[in-house]
Design a protein around this ligand. Structure first.
Ligand SMILES: *Cc1c(COP(=O)(O)O)cnc(C)c1O
Length: 457
């Protein structure tokens, strides 16, 4: 027992740590108590640790815990829509609307002219439908929820078959797999075609009186090439219409403009295009290429949207005022800049459009400020990617700072920058640590300079 008594006390250890972390004291106490309990268990199993060892281990673990707190990150990965780094950043206009609505009362469900209860999201739904050039639209918390909701609405016990091409039974990421989504929605998956080819007659043969809908899933995070083929959307739409079966497309990224006009990347189908070709309902994310908040948008036939909104599950996935205000702002901005969408303040759109010459100039300006003793810094020609499960084939030229440390390993330097405030996340190769400037906000270049000055020595 004397050995146990020699363990550092929770309070003492917590007090010694409190200064280097911004964590609330009760959280530090809880964390340290768990660590001490852990060492106590080890001691009871005759595994002894020195007091110093315990203190150091606890300090490191607490620092890692403090770093896990949601905080800003400077994205030097060159991946524009980085799922792990929060996908699309909001533009200043949406952020400012968020600040206003979040900190006050609003007419969320209140009709100001009559002074009575009003319709939630009425304005947004009209604006969305206008932007999508379609009769009706609505929004829920994310694209996955939008798909589940749509399936739950349109699939009934007596009509539960959902036809999907074998080339579209995809995993989107984070455990989101089309066959499993169908299963949880009460749908029976009817696979048609082969991995590389699906013909119109494959769909035709699969239609039965039990068919609830035909689902198309955009191959957003992979591509197939070679001996491939699928029916054109208008052909498939005609078949669906003939049998009075809704044709739904999960589009994923939701580009609101021609991506190939912004950067040397491929064309990402827009919801507008899909609806024009005959899709009855499109479903896509609000926080990928659209550049809004996390949300799932559903647009298309008015009767289907109305049915979806009546489904009780809609209530479980409805947007809160914070999403509604940022999405409303994003959509209004697209409507206002319709003639020239490149004028929008959405950061990912700006990043896509930035020229390599501009990036190089910024890299040179940063380099001028730095003369570290123990690190070589150079300007490297790199490639950036849209990311976020969009356009897997699209890589386009970019510029990065290439850091080669002389007195520490590349991974150690990378970790140091990730643990800094603000955290800077790049990518490493055997050769160097790269910080791609395409995804770094120009306003934060001075922060990057300061941080590098501090951490490269
Ligand atoms: C990203 C994506 C989803 C999931 O979107 P969330 O907004 O993350 O729910 C669904 N389908 C496709 C095709 C996607 O690309």
């Amino acid at each position: 027992m004397s050995k146990l008594a020699a363990l550092p006390s929770v309070e003492k250890l917590a007090a010694s740590l409190a200064t280097d972390t911004p964590l609330p004291r009760p959280l530090i106490n809880l964390f340290v108590r768990q660590q001490i309990d852990h060492f106590r268990q080890l001691l009871l199993q005759d595994e002894e640790h020195t007091r110093e060892d315990i203190e150091n281990t606890t300090r490191t673990a607490l620092q890692a815990f403090a770093n896990s707190r949601l905080q800003p990150v400077i994205n030097g990965t060159g991946v524009l829509i980085h799922t792990n780094l929060g996908r699309s950043p909001l533009g200043p206009r949406a952020a400012s609307a968020l600040q206003t609505i979040a900190t006050g009362y609003s007419n969320l469900e209140f009709d100001l002219p009559s002074g009575t209860r009003g319709k939630r999201a009425g304005y947004l739904e009209t604006a969305l439908a206008c932007l999508l050039e379609t009769p009706a639209a609505t929004a829920v918390n994310n694209c996955a929820a939008a798909l589940v909701l749509t399936l739950r609405t349109l699939v009934q016990e007596s009509k539960n078959e959902v036809i999907v091409s074998r080339s579209e039974l995809v995993e989107i990421g984070g455990g989101f797999r089309i066959p499993e989504i169908l299963e949880t929605s009460g749908a029976k998956l009817v696979e048609v075609g082969a991995t590389n080819k699906t013909h119109l007659h494959d769909y035709q043969k699969a239609i039965t009186p039990q068919t609830a809908l035909i689902l198309k899933v955009h191959r957003s995070n992979f591509y197939i090439d070679g001996f491939i083929g699928e029916p054109e959307i208008p052909e498939l739409a005609a078949l669906a219409k003939e049998h009075q079966i809704p044709l739904i497309e999960d589009l994923g990224s939701g580009a609101m403009m021609d991506t190939d006009a912004l950067a040397p990347i491929e064309h990402e189908p827009t919801p507008q295009e899909c609806l024009k070709r005959g899709i009855d309902l499109v479903i896509f994310s609000g926080d990928k290429l659209l550049g809004g908040p996390q949300s799932g948008i559903i647009g298309g036939r008015a009767d289907l949207v109305a049915q979806i909104k009546k489904e009780p599950f809609f209530r479980a996935v409805r947007c809160d005022k914070l999403i509604l205000t940022t999405l409303q702002e994003s959509i209004d901005q697209y409507l206002e800049t319709k003639a020239d969408p490149t004028q929008s303040d959405v950061p990912v759109i700006k990043f896509l459009r930035t020229s390599v010459a501009t990036l190089r100039q910024r890299a040179e300006n940063i380099l001028k400020e730095l003369s570290p003793e123990n690190t070589t810094i150079a300007i490297a020609e790199t490639t950036a990617r849209p990311g976020g499960g969009t356009m897997p084939r699209s890589e386009f030229p970019s510029i990065a700072l290439k850091l080669v440390p002389q007195n520490q390993s590349i991974s150690k330097l990378a970790k140091k920058l990730r643990s800094a405030t603000p955290a800077i996340v790049g990518y490493t190769t055997d050769e160097a640590l790269f910080l791609d400037l395409r995804t770094i906000f120009p306003e934060t270049d001075t922060t990057v300079i300061q941080s590098l000055k501090k951490h490269l020595s």
